[in-house]
Design a protein around this ligand. Structure first.
Ligand SMILES: NC(=O)c1ccc[n+]([C@@H]2O[C@H](COP(=O)([O-])OP(=O)(O)OC[C@H]3O[C@@H](n4cnc5c(N)ncnc54)[C@H](OP(=O)(O)O)[C@@H]3O)[C@@H](O)[C@H]2O)c1
Length: 172
């Protein structure tokens, strides 16, 4: 990727699913540090530690599964059925998806929300006419934390990651 960057074939370098440990290793050898790290991030997996590290290093964090992979086989309703988010959404006249995506935006991150439905796509973009208050943010910080995507399928006795601890740099 650095060769592509040097040749002008890539404007920036992006990585995904790097935890603090792997990112530290990468930064030790990188000539051109990555511009963005895309990781699972949503109100039910807030990535506070990793985001703080990326902020210090000037790396933008982009959130995948910003809605907690709702109704996807490995996801859950941890975001979309969360009572705190439901409560805030009701008070603001917004949907839970909009509150979750606004939360990501107010953390300084960008969100990837997937929808196959035109109306829900529009809804997911319509998050710039309201703001979450300090009190809302404080309440959202109380949402129980759990990764949606555990990553078990990437573990192998003969591979580079034998345990979930190794896969996620201890952040499990
Ligand atoms: N880099 C990585 O390792 C990685 C890993 C996982 C995912 N991703 C990327 O991240 C993107 C998003 O993640 P994701 O698809 O896993 O999960 P997600 O965006 O959190 O959730 C998608 C689910 O939410 C539903 N949905 C979307 N908007 C909604 C709304 N406003 N109200 C109710 N339901 C809504 C979708 O259904 P409908 O389609 O029916 O609306 C779909 O079932 C994907 O496109 C994927 O490419 C990257």
């Amino acid at each position: 990727m650095e060769e592509c960057y040097k040749l002008g074939l890539a404007k920036s370098i992006g990585i995904c699913n790097y935890g603090v440990k792997k990112l530290t290793k990468l930064l030790e050898i990188a000539t051109f540090p990555p511009a963005v790290n895309q990781v699972e991030m949503n109100p039910s997996w807030q990535q506070g530690k990793l985001r703080e590290f990326c902020k210090q290093k000037g790396i933008h964090v982009s959130a995948w599964s910003a809605l907690g992979a709702y109704k996807i086989f490995w996801g859950s309703g941890a975001v979309m059925e969360n009572p705190i988010l439901q409560d805030i959404a009701k008070a603001k006249g917004k949907t839970i998806a909009q509150v979750a995506l606004r939360w990501v935006y107010q953390q300084g991150s960008s969100a990837m929300a997937k929808s196959t439905n035109r109306e829900r796509m529009k809804q997911n973009l319509d998050i710039f006419d309201f703001e979450l208050s300090e009190e809302d943010l404080e309440r959202i910080s109380q949402v129980p934390q759990r990764r949606q995507y555990t990553g078990d399928m990437w573990l192998s006795e003969n591979g580079s990651c034998k345990t979930l601890e190794e896969l996620w740099d201890g952040d499990v």
